[in-house]
Design a protein around this ligand. Sequence first.
Ligand SMILES: *Cc1c(COP(=O)(O)O)cnc(C)c1O
Length: 320
Amino acid sequence: MLNLPTYDDIVAAAGRIAGHAHRTPVMRSRTVDQELGASVYFKCENLQRMGAFKFRGAFNALSKFDERQRRAGVVAFSSGNHAQAIALSASLLGISSTIIMPNDAPASKVAATRGYGGKVVEYDRYKEDREAIGRALAEEQGLTLIPPYDHPDVIAGQGTAAKELFEEVGELDALFVCLGGGGLLSGSALSARALSPNCRIYGVEPEAGNDGQRSFRSGAIVHIDTPQTIADGAQTQHLGNYTFEIIRRDVEDILTANDLELIDCMRFFASRMKIVVEPTGCLGFAAARAMKSQLRGQRVGVIISGGNVDLTRFCALLGS
Ligand SMILES: *Cc1c(COP(=O)(O)O)cnc(C)c1O
């Protein structure tokens, strides 16, 4: 039996990140309320430090390191927001970080990770196994490996975003959460259970990679090949053991959105709400729009998970 995190762990995480993470704004749009016939509250984690909610889980996990772990340092493998979240959190806490990234990762991401103080170790993603490299480094140098989603401290940290949302706007009828490996979704579900027990929680993943939906409906974790989608933050191949247990207990359903719907949301956020949202960050809103007939008259939360997108790519996607 796994020892699943609880709402108490989220409360403790909120205490640890206070003064380090931003309490991000909740935005509204009359245009959205009219389109959906509902009251919609956007929790803007695109405005979080380093540009995504992942700072919350990373900072919480590293804050719990003991003296020996702090001295040795942390290792993580990621080409995306988890890398930057670990690098930034580690340097704020005076811990050294090693990030394992594919040698074809975008230069901007490698530079951002180095800029936050991370030591980047490159690997060949077609020939080498990053988990094996991470485990070897962890063993040789005594580093602690922090995974991007399947870890109780990471889940508890991610749950603080929904906690803030419920505290600010009160109970909701439905909450839409972007889904990759399920850290944000499971943490959000734990907060909802405590603060808005009747709220229906929906996870939303890319249509091209609906392993979460298939896992949820079949009752066992489904593994897939890396999906082809512009939602690069949700190109995970499977849910985690912790995240799946919580999702299956506390989540209403898993929905999907396709790339065209995501681009449409990116355009809407930029032109009407004046915010830059990365493709993955649009998953929640895309699904809420698609099921608007069932949301009429309700109070609806949407977590915008991140805003890290290269501007050249952003323009190319909007122009397509
Ligand atoms: C990591 C990430 C996700 C997916 O989060 P999980 O906890 O893996 O489900 C969604 N959006 C953004 C912007 C991310 O960086």
